[in-house]
Design a protein around this ligand. Structure first.
Ligand code: CA
Length: 668
């Protein structure tokens, strides 16, 4: 087992295999021959017999544990020599419970002692995650934790997902929140802006979303936790310790218990408000290459490589992990299980999910469902670069139907509604560009097969890749790329803010009435922008923070979003769960005008109280007149206004759908 990577490289140099064949055969075989170990005592276990360390490092020639009295700047007070044990592990125990101490591992490979590492399974760390901490996890549980439960969901399509960054949400003075930018921000009741609008958790309750999706909240690399005053902002897509919370979101990064306890308090406060918590997880790459915790415990094994031995880079961040290898697969599965068990997390969003293999993602979903049937998993069904992993094994959007209990983001609906994500000036259906109608229809039916939808006219995918609407997440913006507000400003030069707000309402009406699961970026409901910055991953608060005075300035916009969410939650017709139901109950009307889509949801779909819902989307700048069958219709949305309880009635006949607006009618 020793020197496997180097043996593989020597073989490659001598062999005449093509690079692809090499990558698929030689190196893959070398690593797949390594033994794996997924015992729950990996790295640290404390019990009545003492403190036990177990490190998985098959290629090491030696391994040791260094014990420290503090989280940094002190010399080791003890060094424990580990002994080789079963299945690639090294072990050492001491008879005392070392609570309060810190530790690192150091392994020797090829005669070289590698840098110290907290390991890959540190569940508590001090400042900047450099040393793992030995604590009693039970002591971090908030009061009532044993009875804490997230919201129960029958299907993911019942969720309304709100994607937020901790700092965006609470750092602005207008949030009125004490613990700005911290986990605890979401535990503060009764906060408001200087203009009297609800903020924080009260705002979330008022808006009506069901799940908060928090951007990376595991310990990431970029923000210096020892110097928080000068090192402000990062999205956190640079993982360092996967199994401990990020220190900069705690009130005391040096205290290992603080970040854990405070994140649990956040989860509990949201659960008490009836809101679930989805974690954004980034197992597809690490912040560092040779210096990552993976590389410092088992060099080479956890990553995919090119034929020349360099790191392959499907993440665009310098490396990509190898989920198809048993120890990496077990790591991902056990890590999400840990977050679900220990932190009561209700869902996971996988960054660049297609870097992972389908088998791993299926195991993730299956194992999580055993813990909590309401947990859901979704991800980006694409990579950021090419990978040695064969396309048919990748957890791609187009492969979603080969997965069970996994959903993918629909870039089809996203780009068709607002214009292409990477071309700022490009418009979409909601902003008057013809030619996107069929792709919007693909979004409406959640990429399932429908007799009236012609996938050959789709802008992105050309076939009905989803087997069910539960496999699709619909959105028109997220943390990536321009916010919807900025996209509209860049693609509608010369427009008024009122016109752009109308376009945003139409765009989101399409998202929230489409089959699949709706997803929105925090602050869109108050028409927040990011001053035109499309990649704000390390931009200052002046770009990223939500200004909560906008909630008062744009009160009508907020009211519209709130109404839209209430409409969706009150009507199961928007939340069908099978492709058959969609094909049977959704009927598109023949429309000759460009930038208009008209359809009905019929048959009291999915048990809805409404027998028929008529939706007409007019993305053009001219009014569209349509004819509605005679009947007793409730007007639900018209001309930029919405009310799920109705805004008067209509007897049928001719009706005008104003430019850039949605008409929604319903009858019982
Ligand atoms: Ca950190």
């Amino acid at each position: 087992m020793r020197n496997t990577l180097h043996a593989a490289l020597a073989l490659a140099a001598a062999a005449t295999l093509s690079p692809a064949a090499y990558a698929q055969n030689t190196m893959e075989q070398q690593y797949s021959s390594w033994p794996s170990y997924d015992g729950d005592d990996l790295e640290l276990k404390v019990d009545d017999a003492g403190t036990h360390f177990t490190l998985w490092s098959p290629s090491a020639e030696g391994a040791e544990v260094l014990i420290y009295s503090s989280d940094r700047n002190t010399a080791a007070e003890d060094t424990l020599i580990m002994k080789r044990a079963e299945r690639g592990t090294w072990r050492v125990s001491v008879p005392e419970k070392l609570y309060g101490k810190f530790y690192t591992f150091a392994v020797t490979v090829d005669g070289k002692r590698l840098a110290e590492t907290p390991g890959v399974w540190a569940k508590a760390t001090g400042t900047n995650g450099m040393r793992a901490a030995i604590i009693d996890l039970d002591s971090t549980d908030p009061e009532g934790w044993n009875n804490d439960r997230g919201p129960k969901l029958a299907n993911i399509t019942d969720a309304v997902i709100y994607e937020m960054h901790h700092r965006d949400f609470s750092i602005d003075p207008s949030s009125g929140i004490v613990h700005k930018g911290k986990f605890l921000a979401l535990t503060e009741p009764g906060t408001s802006s200087p203009l009297g609008a609800k903020t924080g958790i009260e705002h979330l309750k008022e808006l009506g979303i069901t799940h908060v999706h928090i951007l990376p909240s595991y310990d990431y690399n970029s923000v210096d936790e020892a110097n928080l005053q000068t090192n402000g902002y990062n999205w956190g897509y640079d993982p360092f310790n996967y199994n401990t919370p990020e220190g900069s979101y705690s009130t005391d990064p040096a205290n290992p218990k603080a970040r854990i306890s405070e994140m649990k308090q956040m989860v509990k406060a949201l659960h008490d408000a009836g809101i679930g918590v989805v974690m954004d997880v980034v197992y597809n790459h690490t912040a560092n290459n040779d210096d990552s915790n993976f590389s410092l415990t088992a060099p080479g094994y956890y990553y995919r490589h090119r034929a020349d031995g360099s790191y392959s880079d499907a993440s665009g961040c310098g490396n990509e992990t190898a989920s198809e290898r048993q120890q990496m697969r077990d790591f991902i599965v056990n890590s999400v299980k840990y977050w679900a068990d220990e932190y009561h997390i209700d869902g996971f969003r996988f960054d660049l999910m297609a870097i992972h293999d389908i088998e791993t993602m299926n195991e993730v979903a299956a194992e999580l469902k055993k813990i909590n049937p309401s947990i859901f998993v979704y991800g980006e069904g694409w990579t950021a670069g090419d990978s040695p992993l064969p396309v048919e094994r990748r957890a791609l959007k187009e492969n979603v139907d080969k997965m069970n209990g996994i959903s993918v983001f629909s870039d089809d609906l996203r780009d068709a509604v607002k214009g292409h994500y990477s071309n700022a000036a490009d418009r979409g259906f909601a902003t008057g560009k013809p030619g996107n109608e069929e792709t919007v229809k693909i979004g409406i039916v959640a990429s399932t097969a429908h007799p009236q939808v012609d996938y050959s006219k789709g802008n992105n995918s050309k076939f009905a890749y989803a087997g069910a609407p539960t496999e699709i997440i619909n959105y028109v913006s997220c943390h990536d790329d321009l916010t919807l507000t900025d996209k509209l400003a860049k693609s509608m030069p010369g427009s008024s803010e009122a016109e752009r707000q109308r376009a945003a309402r139409l765009a989101q009406t399409i998202v929230f009435t489409s089959q699949g699961t709706p997803f929105m970026f925090a602050g869109e409901e108050v028409f927040r922008d990011k001053k035109g910055v499309h990649n704000s991953y390390k931009s200052p608060d002046s770009i990223n923070a939500i200004d909560w005075t906008l909630k008062t300035k744009n009160a009508d916009q907020f009211a519209y979003y709130k109404g839209l969410i209430a409409l969706r939650k009150a009507h199961p017709a928007f939340r069908m769960t099978t492709a058959d139901e969609i094909a049977r109950n959704i009927v598109f009307d023949k429309v000759s005008a460009p930038n208009v889509i008209s359809y009905s949801i019929r048959n009291n779909a999915n048990g809805d109280a409404w027998r028929e819902i008529k939706l007409v989307f007019n993305g053009s700048d001219e009014a569209y007149t349509t004819k509605i069958p005679k009947g007793k219709w409730i007007i639900v949305a018209r001309d930029g206004n919405i009310n799920p309880d109705g805004m008067g009635t209509f007897e049928g006949g001719k009706i005008s759908v104003e430019p850039t607006s949605a008409l929604i009618l319903a009858r019982e």
